[in-house]
Each structure stands twice: as C-alpha cells, then as structure tokens.
Ligand binder design. Structure first.
Ligand code: CA2
Length: 150
C-alpha cells in the first residue's frame, strides 16, 4: 500500500522557527518518522513538500496515476483558503487525513475553518508532530478495513 505525505507552505521551516507553536522537530525528521512508522505497518510512504498551491494540485493528480491509496496532508495556510486543493481531492477521490501540528481551533478565528475537513477521512489537530503518526495509523486502518469489506 502506498501512502503519500504532503506538507504545504512554510512547513519546510518546521523545527527551525516558532518552536512554541510548532515544536523542535524538523520536516526531514518528521518525514523519516512517518516513513519508519509506515514500514512497521507494512506500507510505503512517499513525502512531498511545496510552498505552491498548484504544485500540491499537480502532485495529487500524479498520485492517482501512481496508485497511491491514501494521503496524509498538512495543507498549512492553504487549509483556510484553497478550493483548488479541495477540488483536487474530490476529483481524484483519494482518501486523506488532514493534520495540523497546532490546535487551529485555539488560534485566530480565520484558522477555524478548513476547506478540506468536510471531505477528509479523518482529522488530527493539536498534538504536535505526533499527529502525523496518529494520522498515519488512523488512515491505514481505515484503508485496510475498506479493502477487506470490498
Ligand atoms: O498547525 C498547523 O499544522 C498549521 O497547518 C500550520 C500552518 C498554519 O497556517 C495553519 O493554520 C495551521 C503554518 C505552517 C507554518 O509552519 C511554520 C513552521 C515553523 C516556523 C514557521 C512556520
């Protein structure tokens, strides 16, 4: 089973700035952690980060042709603005988990709405980078249950 981890704008700065909000773990460390947890679960994890909305849309289109079974995404600020990324998920029909490092609901009101949550398989919010692992476990379990039921 192939899983794709996508991180959106500015998440390449993880672990290097604003540690009070986002912690001390860097993006390469997060990616290694998720890949390793994927191996333990018997799934292959590919990683992608982009600061560009269209780059994320293009990556989702490619994921469909690559047979990616599910996506874990931290869309960064595009969470709150991007109809294009929502449409790419709807158009490719790839199940996905949305994850946020910080508790977006305890922050500014403009961070309370997500264009993606309504169509996500699940959402993890506010558990720091541990949330990526929770999202992986939850998504893989859901995908395995769906493939057994099919
Ligand atoms: O809490 C999250 O994971 C967010 O998706 C992070 C986004 C923010 O716009 C969302 O509302 C919530 C921001 C990502 C910026 O990442 C940085 C990491 C370290 C230093 C500076 C920015």
């Amino acid at each position: 089973m192939k899983i794709l981890l996508i991180n959106g704008p500015n998440l390449n700065l993880l672990g290097t700035r604003e540690p009070a909000k986002y912690g001390h773990t860097t993006l390469p460390e997060v990616e290694a952690m998720v890949r390793e947890a994927g191996t333990a679960l018997g799934v292959e994890v590919a990683c992608f980060q982009s600061n560009h909305e269209g780059g994320i849309v293009d990556r989702l289109h490619a994921a469909r042709t690559e047979g990616v079974a599910g996506v874990i995404i931290n869309p960064g600020a595009y969470t709150h603005t991007s109809v294009a990324i929502r449409d790419a998920f709807a158009g490719t029909a790839i199940p996905f988990a949305e994850i946020h490092v910080s508790n977006v609901h305890a922050r500014e009101p403009f961070r309370h709405h997500s264009y993606l949550s309504e169509i996500a398989a699940g959402i993890v919010v506010g558990f720091g980078v541990e949330g990526y692992l929770l999202a992986l476990r939850g998504l893989v379990k859901k995908l395995q249950a769906a493939s057994k039921a099919a």
